[in-house]
Each structure stands twice: as structure tokens, then as C-alpha cells.
Design a protein around this ligand. Structure first.
Ligand code: GLY
Length: 384
């Protein structure tokens, strides 16, 4: 018997309802400990305030996004109150122009835009549009891409484009919808086309970084970025491609984007299936040492569920079943529901090559796990 449009069965709903109840208890406890603080990675079991370390940090929206998802699912006003603390604090980020990059999408989609989508709060509309205009301002009309990062010791990085950007451009689709201004749509679509043509390889694997000549648009080189190296496949980048292209399809109905999302998904699934639904940090890294990244799995699950909503009935079950396997693996092996400690999903990894701890609880892994569980239950809203 099918009970949701995703085609899940009653047992799955019982399981997801049970997980949601544990998530709510844990997140409510974290919320009271955090007050106005913005979490990232817990230290010795407890979150510190990332907002006072760096208010422009790209992950500063995810906590609020989680609270808005729970507010939407439950109607509990406490979630709304606490979500707005992050949104208000992010106003300080607008005054630090040099600290902001293309990740204004991640930051404001989960704060102001989520608020506006759910409450039509006027100040949130202005904040969301401010962020969307910052993203439009990074567009290179010669190469038809949005530049990712700002200058660093390596140079100006005016031609650097990364796969993660496919999530940020949802901010532009939202701005298009609320203003009816086609510039946002044009920039989002032409950027998506550039990424589709250059980052996504024929086999569905993706480059993390493509570097273009900003004066001609010519592709100069690709880099492994947060993955193992040149030509490798960083799993979180794969997950950004699955979900990001699925989202571009949702917002444009351009079939090429859905086909690209499916290609990235099939590559991801071929790799994760042979590892018992646990995601390596990079699918093309040496066998030893084994490094895993649960955040990639959680993001991919959200993307697979979104693809499942967009494809015909005959295709749907592959995506939904695979997402369920990933989520159940996370629930059974990588979830800490103890309300006394911070962070839910264990064993996330920021990048392949890094000093220090390689298995962390990272706020975005929690966000995507929550979003996926709510999507199984038909209780999420599209924050992207
Ligand atoms: N967007 C940066 C990352 O995925 O780590």
C-alpha cells in the first residue's frame, strides 16, 4: 500500500515518525542551550558560537533552517522565535562585504527566505533580496558563471566556480518568483548550464572546482578541491550536484537539469551501494585510509527524494528506496539522540585533506537529515 506521493510504506512512516520524535527532543534541548548562538561543529560535546567567530561563515544559516523546518512541521512557535535570532544576527554579515561570497545562498535561504516563505515577514523579504543581489553581482557575463570565492594568497580567483554553487542559485529562483524580474532567472539558468557543461563528467561524477579565464570564459583547469585531488570525486560535491540539479529542474522544468541530477545520482548510488550505504569522503581516493562523510549521504538522500517526486511512477521507487537505505544507515550507525550532548549526525568530514579530527558532527549533516526525515513524512517545505 502506498501512503504518500513518495511511495513509502506504513513501516517506513512509523520509523520516520519515531526518528522525528527523537530529533525534536534533541533539537529542542540544543535550542535552549544555544539561545542566540549559531552552531557549527561541537567542541568536547558542546557547540560554540560560530557567529561571534565569523558571522559570514557559510554554514551560519543551517541551524535556523532546521528550526524553520520543525516550525513548519509542528507549528511550535518556539522554533520560529529561535530561528529569528540567527536571521537578525546575520544582518551584521551584510556589513562585511569582503567576507561574503556565493554562499550568501546557503546563509539567507535558511534564514530570511525561509522566514518569508512561511510568514511573509516584510523585513525578511528585504534581507533575502539583498542577498540575491549580492549573488547576482558575482555573475561573469562573459563566462556565464557566478564566481565562488574571493581573492586569497593564490590570486583574485575571479574565474573559480564550484559545484556547491548549484545549491546557492535557489536564492535567485526565489528572487525571480517574488520580483518577477527575469535577470535572476537568466543568471541562475546560464550559471547552471556552465556548471552542467564543465563540472559534470560524462559518467555522472563531478569536479569540485573549475577555473575559467574570467576575460574569455575558457576553461583553464579543474581541481579536486575538498576531495582527494584532480580527477577525483568528492562525495559532498556529488551530493550537491544531485540535489542542486534536481532543484534547478524544480524551478525551471528544464528536463536537462533533471537528467543531470539523475546521472549524478546513479554515479553516487553505484559507489555508496558497494559500501553498505556509507559514503566515503571521496569515491576515487586510495583505499587506505578509509575516510567517510555522513553529510554527503544526508544531502544525497534529500536530492534522491526530490528526484523521486519529479520522475514518473515507474522510476520513483529506485530513488525513494535508495534514500531510505541511506537514512536508515545513518539512523542506525551515525545518529546520537542523547539530549545532553550537541550534534546529531556523527562522522561528517569537512574535506579529504585536513589536519585534526576527520570525523565530526557538522551542523549541515543534521540539517539535511532533518529535512529528509520530514520529506519522507510529507512534512517538509522546500527551503531551496
Ligand atoms: N560548501 C562547502 C562545503 O560543502 O564544504
Amino acid at each position: 500500500m502506498q501512503i504518500t506521493k513518495l511511495g513509502t510504506v506504513p513501516d517506513e512512516n512509523v520509523w520516520a515518525t519515531n526518528v522525528l520524535s527523537k530529533l525534536q527532543k534533541k533539537i529542542s534541548a540544543e535550542m535552549r542551550r544555544l539561545s542566540t548562538d549559531i552552531p557549527y561543529i561541537p567542541v568536547n560535546g558542546h557547540y560554540e558560537d560560530e557567529g561571534s567567530k565569523d558571522i559570514t561563515w557559510w554554514t551560519n544559516g543551517f541551524w535556523a533552517g532546521m528550526l524553520w523546518q520543525l516550525y513548519h512541521a509542528t507549528g511550535d512557535k518556539d522554533y520560529e522565535t529561535y530561528a529569528r535570532f540567527s536571521e537578525k544576527r546575520l544582518d551584521d554579515a551584510f556589513t562585511n562585504f569582503m567576507g561574503l561570497d556565493h554562499d550568501v545562498g546557503f546563509m539567507w535561504l535558511h534564514t530570511a527566505v525561509a522566514d518569508y516563505r512561511l510568514t511573509k515577514h516584510e523585513r525578511s523579504l528585504a534581507r533575502g533580496l539583498h542577498a540575491a543581489n549580492l549573488l547576482n553581482g558575482r555573475y561573469n557575463p562573459i563566462g556565464k558563471f557566478i564566481k565562488a570565492w574571493n581573492p586569497d594568497e593564490s590570486g583574485d580567483r575571479n574565474g573559480w566556480v564550484i559545484i556547491d554553487s548549484m545549491m546557492n542559485i535557489s536564492l535567485l529562483y526565489w528572487a525571480r518568483d517574488v520580483t518577477n524580474d527575469p535577470r535572476y532567472d537568466y543568471i541562475a539558468r546560464t550559471h547552471a548550464d556552465t556548471v552542467m557543461q564543465n563540472h559534470v563528467r560524462a559518467d555522472g561524477s563531478v569536479n569540485h572546482i573549475c577555473i575559467f579565464d574570467p576575460k574569455t570564459g575558457e576553461l583553464l583547469e579543474t581541481r579536486g578541491g575538498q576531495g582527494y585531488g584532480v580527477g577525483s570525486s568528492w562525495s559532498r560535491g556529488q551530493a550537491w550536484a544531485i540535489y542542486g540539479f534536481a532543484l534547478s529542474y524544480v524551478h525551471t522544468h528544464d528536463q536537462r537539469y533533471l537528467d543531470t541530477a539523475k546521472r549524478a545520482a546513479h554515479y553516487f548510488l553505484a559507489n555508496i551501494e558497494r559500501n553498505d550505504y556509507e559514503s566515503l569522503v571521496d569515491f576515487r581516493a586510495p583505499k587506505d585510509p578509509i575516510q567517510i562523510d555522513t553529510s554527503a549521504a544526508a544531502i544525497a538522500a534529500c536530492g534522491l527524494l526530490e528526484i523521486g517526486k519529479q520522475v514518473p511512477d515507474l522510476e520513483r521507487q529506485l530513488y525513494v528506496d535508495s534514500a531510505l537505505k541511506i537514512l536508515k544507515h545513518l539512523d542506525e550507525n551515525n545518529a546520537d539522540y542523547n539530549v545532553a550532548t550537541d550534534g546529531i549526525i556523527t562522522d561528517g568530514s569537512v574535506q579529504y585533506n585536513q589536519n585534526g579530527p576527520k570525523r565530526d558532527r557538522i551542523v549541515y549533516a543534521d540539517y539535511f537529515f532533518v529535512e529528509a526525515i520530514l520529506r519522507i513524512l510529507g512534512k517538509d517545505f522546500l527551503i531551496w
